[in-house]
Write a protein that binds this ligand. Structure first.
Ligand code: SAM
Ligand code: SF4
Length: 333
């Protein structure tokens, strides 16, 4: 860590290397596990952190320990001119990786310009292959657009991974077809457990399909699945290779098996707030600092305050757990 500012280390010795940047809270679909059916309103343009300010924040944190960026939302591709932001971020020398998480609906037309601008990794959310289930899950139509987005991303030669979230009553039957879809294309598919971050506050343990349950299903279907040794300790997924198959299936199990001890993430919301955890209840207003023309040193100090306030774990299973006020699409997943 050779920048001018000290690394972002919290009270538990966790060095923060990843920044998740939400560029909008708007979205073109309405996943039940994330958004309400009716949204009162998305952030108006003037409240979104500008590209200039996002770049300044990243410059400040890259002068410390941040090396990896993930652009997210809401649906990040709803923000116009995103390749311009990617190329601004790409020009910060310390940044080693720029990734994006997207629902893929608008990816077919934008994947190549994003990669040309410097994006190297796409995580595309795919929870079903069936239009009817897609509609039940997202209250919108268009799984074919997601599939076209995946093909468009594959054509760019960037790294492409799929993320799937299973809600027991909605897309349980999609588990094996999704795995087969990924295996046929040699893609990594990761299942992520449903967390209590839905705007409708309908989360219940009964709806969560745990990683262990999914692994048992895959074992039944494929015979043998073998865990792969992690290359990055902060990586939240435990990956498995399926016997005699090309692909890898991973499990992100924040509910049944929290990985907070290895968490190296800081978050920046679309309206310019630092957050140290998805489940945090506090925010640090870096947007205000930017508007007051603060120095990169002041921005770094605010980030350090935020990181030093981080709790040991998210506490989902604590008896006094309270779901955060903001839902996933407002924080940035
Ligand atoms: N709109 C983009 C997308 O869906 O990929 C990016 C933002 S979305 C909030 C990022 C990821 O968060 C998605 O993979 C989605 O499945 C996941 N997600 C949303 N709500 C969740 C929840 N309640 N629990 C676990 N993951 C969730
Ligand atoms: Fe939109 Fe992503 Fe939330 Fe689904 S998970 S509603 S695609 S922000």
């Amino acid at each position: 860590m050779s920048g001018p500012f000290p690394p972002l280390i919290d009270r538990f010795g966790r060095v923060h290397q990843s920044l998740r940047i939400s560029v909008t809270d708007a979205c073109n679909i309405r996943c039940r596990y994330c958004m309400p059916e009716q949204v009162a309103g998305f952030l108006p343009q003037h409240r979104l952190l500008s590209f200039e300010h996002i770049t300044k924040v990243v410059t400040a944190l890259a002068g410390s320990s941040i090396r990896k960026l993930r652009i997210t939302g809401g649906e990040p591709l709803m923000r116009p001119q995103l390749p311009q932001l990617v190329s601004q971020l790409r020009s910060i020398p310390e940044i080693e990786k720029i990734a994006m998480t997207t629902n893929g609906m608008m990816l077919e037309e934008s994947a190549s310009s994003l990669v040309e601008a410097g994006l190297s990794h796409f995580n595309i959310s795919l929870d079903t292959l069936q239009e009817e289930t897609f509609h039940r899950l997202t209250r919108r139509e268009g799984v074919h657009r997601v599939l076209a987005g995946i093909e468009g991303a594959i054509r760019t030669k960037a790294s492409v991974r799929l993320n799937a979230l299973i809600m027991r009553d909605i897309n349980f039957d999609d588990i094996l077809p999704l795995v087969e879809f990924a295996l046929e294309r040699g893609l990594v598919l990761r299942f992520i457990e449903f967390m209590p971050l839905d705007a409708d506050r309908q989360w219940s343990r009964q709806q969560v399909v745990s990683g262990a349950e999914l692994r048992a299903l895959l074992q039944q279907r494929f015979g043998s699945i073998e865990p792969i040794t992690r290359t990055e300790s902060s990586q939240p997924s435990t990956d498995y290779r399926i016997a005699n198959q090309l692909g890898v299936v991973g499990f992100i199990d924040p509910v049944s098996s929290p990985f907070c001890e290895q968490c190296d993430r800081l978050r920046l919301t679309a309206d310019g707030k630092f957050r140290n955890c998805l489940f945090g209840r506090e925010e640090w207003d870096v947007g205000r600092l930017c508007r007051e023309n603060a120095s990169v040193a002041q921005i770094h100090t605010l980030a350090l305050d935020c990181v030093r306030s981080k709790h040991a774990s998210h506490g989902i299973s604590d008896s006094q757990f309270q779901q955060p006020e903001r839902a996933m699409y407002q924080i940035g997943g």
